[in-house]
Design a protein around this ligand. Sequence first.
Ligand code: SIN
Length: 497
Amino acid sequence: MRVHEADVLVIGAGIGGVACALRLARDRARKIVVITREKDPLEGATRHAQGGIATLGPEDSPELLVEDILRAGAGLSLRRAAEILAEEGPRLVQEVLIEEAQIPFDRSAEGDLHYTREGGHSVARILHVGDHTGEAIAKGLHALLKELPNVELVTGATAVDLITFPHHALDPHTVYEPITCHGAYVLDQQSGEVHRYLAGATVLATGGLGRIYRYTTNPPGARGDGLAMAHRAGARVINAEYVQFHPTTLAVPEGENFLISEAVRGEGGKLLTPDGRRFMDEYAPSWGDLAPRDVVARAIHREMTLRGYPYVLLDVSQVENFPQRFPTIYARCRELGIDPEREPIPVVPAAHYFCGGVWVDEWGHTTIRNLYAVGEVACTGLHGANRLASTSLLEGLVFGDRAGRRIAEESPKPIRPSQVPPWEPARDAAPADPALIHRDWRSIQYTMWYYVGLSRDAHRLARAIRDLRHLWEDIVDTAGPGSTTPSWACETAFRRR
Ligand code: SIN
């Protein structure tokens, strides 16, 4: 089992982790290791973001953006986080994305940037690259990262536990110190070995947890691994009840989980019931189809439940040049036999974004010393109970950069390898059994979907707690009481066969 040493370990290679690494790498003497569980480093939630990245539009102001964020967040957002985003975001979009990474945002024939609108935004302020903005940003940022001699990117590497003292310390006296993070135990998916990655600062950038729901827009890596690791280590987790549901994902079996961007409604798309009735004006008279997404998702859910519809429809006949403006969505619909120019697209809501997370202050500090968190796994308070559309990439960029700046100032020192024991799977742990793990995942996903979904009440939540506790007891019974971590079990059961 090898030991890897660095000044900073970044766990996750989406926009938050990469923005942090890019900032830190400006000092070429600092060694940064970025790990990702994916084989393709571009894979992850950032890549799948379609709509765009919010900034300030031509008829806009930081104050207006702050007000939109707070309104969408249902009064539960932290104003300071929104102010930071509105102050620093537009500058970073310009410097990092437009000038350094040269992201080819859509422009008019005259060369002016094109700003689109999405639900909850009072003006057009969202930059985009067609409907594949996340992919373009991920490519641009990774191209910058690749040029840096002091950044090592390791793929196929899953963090399975944080190394925290006193939990993993050989010296019992560390119990008298605050809980401190010194890196992570990381599974090399190829060899099946778990290595120690030691670092002065560790940055969690592991993304969200949509995959704990039966229907989600999230990629397979969004299992909540980072949140679980931080929670096990004792970090404070907040607002975990605020899971955002995207109103519109494709409602055909083969197209499951495919997002239909809110920008489609921003450009004129209209929601209809299957019998052709427009309904959003009844639920949000002043916003109609462009209401904040929690309002739209609940309205669709209510229409479906009350009237027994299996889906609702998104009519894009009024969207100008739909195939050119939304090429990814158009191509996917055509693949599945739907021609959006001739017929409306069937859509349903799905779990989309985790607004809660590991509590962080405005510099990315968690409650564990030398552990920072950025992006979806972190909770800056920005999103309150509901995130404003197209603010997630911006949050990753802004708060990733801030964490990088603060880590550079604090420069915590790594510990020596002799102070940390090698990873040892618990002796009583049974080998990970794919059949059990698959079944357990399905149980979790259905429980979350039906009882902790878009519409909740005390009765359903109580049932979810009971069912999940029961499942937990079963897992401990079969896997052994001191068994290895869930991410280790999943990766070893599925990846190495
Ligand atoms: C979308 O394109 O609708 C998703 C954008 C986001 O989640 O902010």
